[in-house]
Design a protein around this ligand. Structure first.
Ligand code: HGY
Ligand code: MN
Ligand code: MN
Length: 409
């Protein structure tokens, strides 16, 4: 186990000296460096690397399915198959994000392969380490873009046309129109197991270094565009204003209140103001609502309530409102057979999460499970996100046991 050694290789990449957080947006220089690091790590291990035309990277340990040997008909989770066991996560971050969200799953996957090799394990089915592109949606707006393309969850033409804040299109950043769905996905892969830092404190409370995920709350993103009339801050009478900033302020409060009323989560974490001048009534405010709930109907009611209340407020403010859904992720219940099997194997607690993951997207197509590694702060999407080296090492050992169970028997 050389967790710290490997971790230190990527720790400086994309780190902002001011905040201590990471700026690793998909297909920008820091993320491209991490992708080069991925290729180098695969080379060191003699693992061939392939890309899927969507920006996702794969490194394979073991013979491809076509070369499967006799006796290769074991069962993985609920599904029979000779496909590979997929593991890994993503390199990209939210603005000023933590070190562990994403990269921990990729680093742990390579180290788990090392662990298995050190014990002389021989995969009956290949183990494939993946790095998915644009999981956070921090650059192009749609989270889990790489896994959504791979599964056919998003149309490649829509993905190609997504633009970052500077107007660069996803296809341009990728260097090609994305390839889209792999129709053979379910044959190529027998299962996916993503290891991830926990983004809450359930494992701290449980006193366990590693847990297994049961479900992901349904969640989505909605863009609220509020248009009014730009005007002079000093000369425009208060009664004459059509100020979208007022409607925006109400939106933030309404989202918070409606989520609390339902035991759900709602966040307005991003806002753009035009013209963004101290001495001008804004002409337009755009903000993004991130909403999540345990049940789909609660989520629907929450968003409808916020929309209705903001529309009513906009009428009073004399502003215009347009609400556009940008992404939606349904409730994900991870494969119960696989999850139960891994929880028993690892004697680990099982917990749900409100955070989205590529595993949640792939779960629609493959038996999928997730391992969580304890996070002492419970904080994520922030530089304060953390995990101890001992717990990260425990995560690698757990992942190696899982891969041994799924790929080597
Ligand atoms: O936003 C999320 O839930 C995830 O961390 N991508
Ligand atoms: Mn994240
Ligand atoms: Mn993540």
């Amino acid at each position: 186990m050389r967790f710290r050694e490997l971790w230190d290789e990527i720790a400086p990449v994309g780190r902002d000296a001011g905040s201590g957080g990471y700026l690793r947006y998909a297909l920008t220089a820091p993320e491209l460096r991490l992708r080069e690091w991925f290729r180098a790590q695969a080379d060191l291990r003699g693992m061939p690397v392939s890309e899927d035309g969507n920006g996702n990277l794969f490194a394979r340990w073991g013979d491809p399915p076509g070369d499967a040997r006799d006796g290769d008909a074991g069962r993985v989770g609920a599904a029979a198959g000779t496909g590979a066991v997929l593991t890994g996560s993503h390199f990209d971050s939210v603005p000023h994000g933590g070190a562990y969200d994403g990269p921990l799953g990729v680093v742990s996957a390579f180290l788990a392969v090392d662990e298995l090799r050190a014990t002389g394990a021989d995969p009956v089915r290949p183990v494939v380490v993946a790095a998915f592109v644009e999981e956070e949606g921090a650059r192009f707006g749609v989270p889990c873009l790489g896994s959504r393309l791979l599964t056919g969850e998003i149309d490649p033409d829509r993905a190609a046309g997504l633009r970052d804040a500077a107007g660069v299109g996803f296809a341009e950043a990728l260097g090609a129109r994305p390839a889209g769905a792999d129709p053979a996905l379910a044959d190529r892969f027998a299962a996916f197991v993503e290891l991830h830092v926990e983004q809450g404190r359930a494992l701290v409370d449980a006193g366990a270094p590693v847990g297994v995920a049961s479900a992901i709350w349904p969640h989505g993103r909605w863009r609220f565009e509020l248009r009014g009339e730009g005007n002079h801050a000093g000369t425009t009478r208060m009664a004459d204003r059509r100020d979208p900033m007022l409607t925006y302020a109400f939106t933030v409060l309404a989202a918070n209140k409606e989520a609390r009323l339902r035991g759900a989560h709602a966040t307005v974490g991003r806002v753009a103001v035009e013209p963004n001048a101290t001495n001008a009534v804004p002409s337009r405010v755009t903000c993004w609502l991130d909403a999540r709930a345990a049940a789909p109907e609660t989520l629907r009611e929450l968003v409808e309530a916020v929309h209705a209340k903001v529309a009513e407020r906009a009428r009073r403010d004399g502003t215009e409102l347009t609400v556009t859904p940008e992404s939606a992720t349904p409730l994900v219940a991870f494969d119960a057979g696989l999850t139960g099997r891994l929880a028993e194997l690892l004697a680990a607690p099982v917990l749900p999460t409100g955070a989205g993951h590529d595993a949640g997207v792939l779960a629609a197509r493959l038996p999928t499970a997730m391992l969580f590694v304890r996070n002492p702060t419970g904080v994520s999407h922030s530089p304060a996100e953390s995990a101890t080296d001992d717990d990260c090492a425990a995560g690698v050992v757990a992942l190696a046991r899982v891969l041994e169970e799924l790929a080597c028997r």
